[in-house]
Design a protein around this ligand. Structure first.
Ligand code: BJW
Ligand code: ZN
Length: 238
């Protein structure tokens, strides 16, 4: 399928769902996880992004999140984030965005109909009373404690081995089964359950288009795999 054909299929689609990963924010200067310059090159995921790591050494985990908050605070949405927000505005009732990113850049770009399935780095959650609050302090004084109950706060992020929120999963499942077009942008497609989303939409009959710098484990199953930068290809497609 050509880019031109893809554009006309997008324009004609009844319902569009989009799945994004770290690659879309790479063009804003936010580091990805995997690949030569990814975070997991310098940091071990199991030391930082698991509930066990936080239990063992909450200060180390919070220091890593403070560093990332500081970095992300200086970043802006790029043309790919903005094009998706624009697409939502043009068809609010038939659009859903699923992002694995925790950086908040889709919201900053104006997206509102979205599920942040791995959480948000600008929210904290109490390990005692589970209350979730917005928090934009940079750096956050360590260790942060809950004002309601005095227990330790943690990042409101889904770590390895933790379940995604039931409500998000339900919403994603609906959006994947109901869409006739799925765009998969800038994700390596190895982290579940999101890695299974393209095949759910495909099996339900949707046209699936992938945009990535490289091929992924999903490239063979999608209808069109476009290689290039999200910030160039997404505005071009939409
Ligand atoms: C560009 C670009 C440009 C670059 N333009 N493209 C089934 C099988 C095997 C294992 C499991 C399974 N089901 C569940 C699991 C366990 C685990 C898992 O999937 N492990 C695999 C790694 C094997 N999953 C979980 O634990 C999940 N929980 C769960 O399933 O609960 C049920 C359960 C409970 C108990 C036991 C088992 C199951 C939770 C996963 C949470 C993931 N959280 C993280 C880290 C949070 C830390 C933080 O951010 O602070 O979320 S992991 C990390 O990876 C982060 C991301 O959201 C996620 C996905 O990464 P993403 O976005 O794809 O980024 P990259 O870096 O991998 O890829 C970037 C891509 O962009 C690349 O392809 C580039 O080419 C491309 N790119 N520049 C376009 N300019
Ligand atoms: Zn509390």
């Amino acid at each position: 399928m050509s880019l031109l054909k893809a554009r006309s299929r997008i324009a004609a689609a009844r319902a569009i769902t989009v799945l994004t990963g770290a690659g879309i924010s790479a063009d804003s200067g936010v580091p990805t996880f995997r690949g030569t310059e990814g975070l997991w090159r310098s940091y071990r995921a199991e030391d930082l992004a698991t509930p066990e790591a936080f239990e063992r050494d909450p200060r180390l985990v919070w220091e890593w999140y403070n560093w990332r908050r500081e970095l992300i605070a200086t970043k802006q949405p790029n043309p790919a984030h903005l094009a998706l927000a624009e697409l939502e505005r043009s068809r609010p009732d038939t659009f859903w965005l699923i992002t694995q990113n925790v950086d908040g850049l889709h919201r900053a770009a104006g997206s509102r109909r979205l599920s942040e399935i791995h959480g948000n780095i600008w929210k904290v959650r109490c390990t005692g009373c589970a209350v979730i609050t917005d928090n934009h302090e940079v750096p956050l004084p360590l260790l942060p404690m809950c004002l309601q109950c005095g227990e330790l706060l943690r990042p409101h992020i889904v770590w390895f081995g933790e379940s995604l929120r039931e409500e998000d999963l339900r919403h994603c499942d609906e959006a994947l089964r109901d869409c006739d077009l799925l765009l998969v942008i800038g994700t390596s497609g190895v982290v579940y359950p999101a890695a299974g989303f393209a095949s759910i939409a495909k099996e339900a009959g949707a046209l699936v288009i992938e945009i990535n710098l490289e091929t992924t484990p999903q490239s063979d199953l999608v209808d069109l795999s476009l290689q290039g930068r999200a910030k160039d290809l997404v505005p071009l497609l939409l």
